[in-house]
Design a protein around this ligand. Structure first.
Ligand code: SF4
Length: 483
């Protein structure tokens, strides 16, 4: 007696094949990317795309199996496959339930640097009018600890926050007291140019496990050109500060970010070498944001997304060489997108979220007590545009701010799932929304995506990563090692 039934017996069980929710995008070389609702990708030829869309596929022809595995097609009665998509979608969106975890305290607008691309519209260092006071800080802490988030991260921003270090110390003490009372863990980060780093700051940071985030734009000549200060020694102070923090607090206690200016565009390798030489553990090849002094000084208009993308590709290829030589050195823009592509875990990176991180992911407490939906929204307000100004810490509660019509409208407008063009875009599951960017550049939070440099950058990035994953096995292995 045969152990298994003949193959035809199983064909009776086969269902009518149906399409699952999906989108596609044509890419170079007569190919197309198809993605499902939760961002599984399949790259196909135009002819294969036609066959899938017309359901001209059958078990055993190879294409059927590829499309079935990626949850692009299903049997009509296979409800479990829809349930699987729904469960994965719920997991990916879990961040929307979590409450605001990141709270940015702008303890001063003063700064002793005068960077032309500055996003903050800094004030010169001698104007005490622009410091946060203790009452405002206490009220901001009330609001931060009212968030239902199970843990709170407080990040001190400026200007240069170390110009108001006395207030930082008090906020850390008060924050730790409230954390103990409420049983809600709190962590602290100081974002500083390191020019004012001293023994007291280091000792205090050690005692309170404070992380330090700084800016390093590349080698000495480039950094000092991008980041002028009296004495012209921003680079010397920054690298000396990084070395001291690594030695005194530990190598994992300091992180650095670079900003790409026009002067950076042909210096990708030099910039990366600087990060490798300082053992900074990776680099984020970050484009310039269209806010604050970057617009006033016309820095933002000085290069286009395509120019940045050429810079990015040069940098990424060089980073592959470094990794092939045996050094684990990730590029963080790619890493953040890849994490979205390869995992259903809710992203902690607010720029790749839909709905956007405005208010839900982060709140910003300005020196004067005004509350903003994002740091970029605060920068726009310094330029006179109060679109992302949500209220103040004196007259509003956390609930008032989060449930305000203004924030609800802004969040609703940030949903790529239903935005024109995004709704049918194959890259939507991993893209994220940037309503502040589109408001700043197009005067509308939703924006016209075909005209959006943000959209162009995101599409270029995701198409590049998919091309590498499909066609360059060695580089694909390196990308996978970063996540
Ligand atoms: S912004 Fe562009 S790339 Fe992103 S989802 Fe919308 S259309 Fe797609």
């Amino acid at each position: 007696m045969a152990r298994f039934q003949a193959v035809e017996a199983f064909h009776r069980l086969a269902d009518e094949t149906v399409l699952l929710p999906m989108s596609f995008e044509r890419i170079e070389g007569g190919r197309a990317v198809i993605s499902n609702f939760v961002g599984d990708f399949l790259t196909v030829t135009d002819e294969e795309l036609r066959r899938i869309v017309e359901l001209d596929v059958a078990p055993g022809d190879g294409l059927y199996e590829r499309a079935y595995e990626k949850l692009l097609i299903s049997g009509r009665s296979q409800i479990s496959r829809l349930q699987l998509i729904a469960a994965r979608y719920r997991t990916r969106m879990a961040f929307a339930n979590a409450g605001t975890g990141l709270h940015l305290f702008v303890v001063t607008l003063r700064c002793e640097h005068s960077c032309p691309y500055c996003q903050v519209s800094r004030r010169s260092a001698d104007k005490n009018l622009f410091d946060m006071d203790e009452v405002t800080a206490q009220k901001a802490l009330d609001m931060a600890f009212s968030s239902p988030s199970p843990q709170i991260k407080i990040e001190f921003q400026g200007g240069e926050p170390l110009l108001n270090f006395e207030l930082i110390k008090k906020i850390v003490f008060w924050g730790e007291e409230r954390s103990a009372e409420l049983g809600k863990p709190v962590t602290f980060v100081i974002t500083t140019n390191l020019a004012l780093l001293n023994d007291e700051v280091l000792q205090f940071s050690k005692e309170h496990q404070i992380l330090i985030s700084t800016s390093l734009d590349g080698p000495k000549d480039l950094h000092n050109k991008n980041r002028p200060r009296p004495g012209g020694n921003s680079y010397e102070l920054a690298v000396a500060g990084i070395d001291r923090i690594r030695e005194f607090l530990g190598p994992d206690k300091v992180g650095a970010l670079m900003t790409t200016t026009q002067s950076s565009l042909d210096r990708a390798k030099d910039i990366i070498d600087e990060y490798v030489d300082r053992d900074l553990g990776g680099i984020f090849l970050r484009p310039l944001s269209p806010y604050g002094f970057a617009i006033k000084t016309k820095q933002f208009a000085r290069y286009k997304t395509d120019e940045w993308f050429e810079f990015y590709k040069t940098g990424l290829n060089y980073i592959f060489e470094i990794n092939k030589a045996g050094k684990h050195f990730p590029e963080f823009y790619a890493t953040n997108i890849l994490r979205r592509m390869f995992s259903d875990r809710p992203t902690g990176y607010v720029d790749l979220r839909s709905p956007a991180g405005i208010g839900l992911g982060a709140l910003v407490y300005n020196y004067d007590g005004r509350v903003f939906a994002s740091d970029e929204g605060r920068m726009l307000a310094e330029m006179g545009d109060r679109t992302f100004d949500l209220g103040d810490v004196f007259t509003s509660s956390y609930e008032d701010i989060i449930l305000s019509d203004k924030l609800v409208d802004l969040v609703a407008n940030s949903l790529t799932q239903c935005a024109p063009q995004c709704r049918t875009c194959a890259f939507e599951p991993h893209c994220g929304a940037d309503p502040v960017y589109h408001h700043a550049t197009q005067g509308d939070e939703v924006g016209i995506k075909p005209l959006s440099e943000f959209c162009r950058r995101q599409k270029n990035m995701m198409a590049l990563l998919l091309d590498i994953l499909d066609n360059s096995p060695d580089e694909a292995a390196i990308l996978r090692s970063w996540i």
